[in-house]
Design a protein around this ligand. Structure first.
Ligand code: G4P
Length: 308
């Protein structure tokens, strides 16, 4: 499986700026994608905030698209973390967004007046819905809202009211993703753009998760019998059922991949969470065990091994 990596230069600059802003921040608001809460959680942000010992509010956004039972598990998971509150919302729903300032005030009760404003740094990876959330919080349009990753590029300070300042930061990713599955989940959820070739791989990855945990949704959406299928077979079956063919008569896997991904992204397939605390633990353990095994094979093959 390919590993998806990135780190455009402006993200490097954004990291430096974020580290600086953290010094004068009272609360770190991190917007996550409720369908992939840890895959969309930037380890650099956690590192910066723990270094400065700042409390955190994790907002699991797009919860209207995620599996509600799994979202509950994630809230419990995050609230066990150091100085962390977690809340699930949909930034498109004004009543849910309206709860946020009160929650922030509860977390930092000793600030929130004009002379002592509550300074909140808001962070999130591209396309997680940060601009939508901010527009809703401020009740005006403050940043470009779009579906292309990394639209928001510079930091800005915005007054929520006299005693609350929101410091917006650019959608920031991190230099190296440890787990290849995270790259796949981020691409499936459109936090990173990928080319058509990798898009097919991402669609197969998505299909495998769906087969494992939501086969009923695949059957309902595409009328396919999933029993004997693997991920590739699911994408092929989408092409077959929709009559997608390329010249020469082969199935159009590219188009079928796009359909499957779009149906997941838009919620047309149903409410789906790509990871649960349990699947994530298993994924990390399997990856780390494979990495350790690979390392010991490498070491045993190295010319120095076996020498005194
Ligand atoms: P960003 O600043 O973090 O990069 O993300 P942005 O707000 O631009 O949102 C990215 C896309 O996600 C937008 O869709 C936005 O409407 C959608 N979105 C944000 N929050 C939610 C949510 O809670 N639930 C759902 N279902 N979608 C959400 P878009 O297709 O680019 O635009 P449009 O659909 O709003 O026209």
């Amino acid at each position: 499986m390919s590993s998806i990596q990135w780190f455009p230069g402006h993200m490097n600059a954004a990291r430096k700026k974020a580290a600086e802003t953290m010094k004068t921040t009272d609360l770190v608001i991190e917007v996550l994608d409720a369908r992939i809460p840890l895959a969309s959680c930037n380890p650099m942000v956690e590192e910066l905030r723990l270094f400065r010992q700042r409390p955190s509010l994790k907002i699991l956004n797009k919860s209207d698209l995620a599996d509600p039972a799994v979202t509950k598990e994630w809230i419990d998971f995050f609230e066990k973390g150091s100085h962390t509150r977690a809340v699930a919302i949909s930034a498109r729903h004004p009543a849910e967004v309206a709860r946020i300032p009160g929650i922030c005030q509860q977390i930092v009760p000793n600030r929130g007046e004009a002379s002592k404003p509550l300074r909140m740094m808001i962070m999130g990876i591209p396309n997680v819905g940060k601009s939508t959330l901010m527009n809703m919080l401020l009740k005006r349009r403050v940043a470009a809202v779009g579906d292309e990753p990394a639209v928001t590029k510079s930091q800005q300070r915005l007054y929520l009211n006299k005693g609350m300042i929101l410091i917006d930061t650019p959608g920031m990713l991190w230099p190296k993703i440890r787990y290849p599955d995270d790259g796949m989940m981020l691409a499936a959820s459109h936090a990173v753009g990928v080319n058509a070739l990798i898009e097919e791989e991402v669609a197969v990855f998505l299909a495998e998760v769906l087969l494992d945990r939501y086969p009923g949704l695949l059957a309902a959406r595409y009328g396919m019998e999933t029993t004997d299928l693997d991920g590739f077979g699911v994408v092929e079956s989408v092409a077959k059922r929709r009559g997608f063919k390329v010249r020469g008569g082969d199935f159009d896997m590219e188009k079928a991949s796009q359909i499957l991904l779009n149906d997941y992204r838009s919620g047309s397939l149903g409410r789906i969470s790509l990871e649960t605390p349990e699947t994530r633990k298993a994924m990390m353990a399997a990856f780390d065990a494979a990495a350790t095994a690979e390392k010991s094979v490498r070491e045993s093959k190295s010319p120095d091994s076996g020498r005194d």
